[in-house]
Design a protein around this ligand. Sequence first.
Ligand code: UD1
Length: 426
Amino acid sequence: MDRIRIRGGNPLKGEIPISGAKNAALKLMAASLLTAEPLTLTNVPRLADVRAMAELLVSFGVGVQVTMAAKFGEGDTMKLEAREITSVFASYDMVRKMRASFQVLAPLVARQRQAKVSLPGGCAIGARPVELHLNALEAMGAKIDLAEGYVTATAPDGLKGAEIVFPFVSVGATETAMMAATLARGTTKIVNAAREPEISDLGNCLIAMGAEIWGLGSSEITVVGVEKLHGAAHRVMADRIEAGTYAIAAAIAGGEIELVGASHDTIASLLSLLTKAGAEVSSTPRGLKIHMNGTRPKSVDVTTAPYPGFPTDLQAQIMALMAVADGTSVVKEKIFENRFMHVPELARMGAQVRIDGDTATVRGVEKLKGAQVMATDLRASVSLVLAGLVADGETNVGRIYHLDRGFDRLEEKLSRVGADIARVPE
Ligand code: UD1
């Protein structure tokens, strides 16, 4: 298995192209199940999770055609055609690898009126149940059976519109309800919907496919079901988590990086913290610029929250920055339990972190030291790479299949801006 080797100390200079968003692309791909006509996605990131979703869709009979971008920094194009769905079964093996594959349940039930999908595995960051997804489908008239680790959902007469009130905000359940509602009879109102930009990206694609949706980006989404959806072309939004990660890379390593394609609005909560920590952030015609000139970052406190709050998917990365900041910072994780698995690994590099329930107290140290560390989940693993950029000596990150799930050619992007980073076979 490969590892990533980083020799710390180089400042970063240049530009990093931001890829299409993983968390948008996976749901957009699932949405192709809603129509018999082709859905063409552009700006698709090159990721293991995208390949896994493509494989799952192929197993349902979807034709998937990928045209790889010739130029570094441009996304791939993917044509998905679900002319006839030949299977509605998603096995444990398929869903275990990636929790987002559970998102095929709603479009399958909406179009085929039945599906059997394994309960998900995915990142080891807490229980991550799916009852909100299932309650939403039940409210829309589906019959749900749970047996032997599988969900069987049937709606022989089709789904019908309903009022769905979520007791708390869930990205995936909002997407499930929205996709299911596009082909339901009547109107669906989703109350306490998540407001993440990836949901709006999915909603806009569904609208391009003929869906009738109002209220995207707000906490109340209304969908009026239509008989059929049609083909469309859609550009996947830029990955705000990738953009945020490289913004933190510039802040931790020092230097000046332009994030081409990044948008200020989608990571405003992070950028205001980075400014407080001492970075200069400016918008450019092509994206964003982050400048940090040799000064030690100042500590800031962080609490994760649903959008537009600070994203849980950037918590590990900001903690790496706080590990070398001047002062003590309090990092609270309010979305997932058990999402501090990067802490023992950062500690191997000399980080001073104390955990108490959902709160980590990080006492910044002047220097981290390179070490052999292990990726434990997708976002945690990239925090170790960030720490490696500034640590003395060599850091080796193992189990990097976690990184490949969600970061498009990470080592190439970072080495092009001056980091000493390489993928080495073991
Ligand atoms: C999505 C993102 C993930 C991100 C998360 C929160 C994708 C592929 N993944 O995950 O990267 O970290 O949003 O921004 O888009 N919950 C329940 N019951 C449910 C559903 C959720 O209890 O039925 C809980 C979860 O355990 C968690 C919280 O609700 O504690 C939020 O989860 P949710 O927003 O659903 O996250 P995902 O959609 O899985």
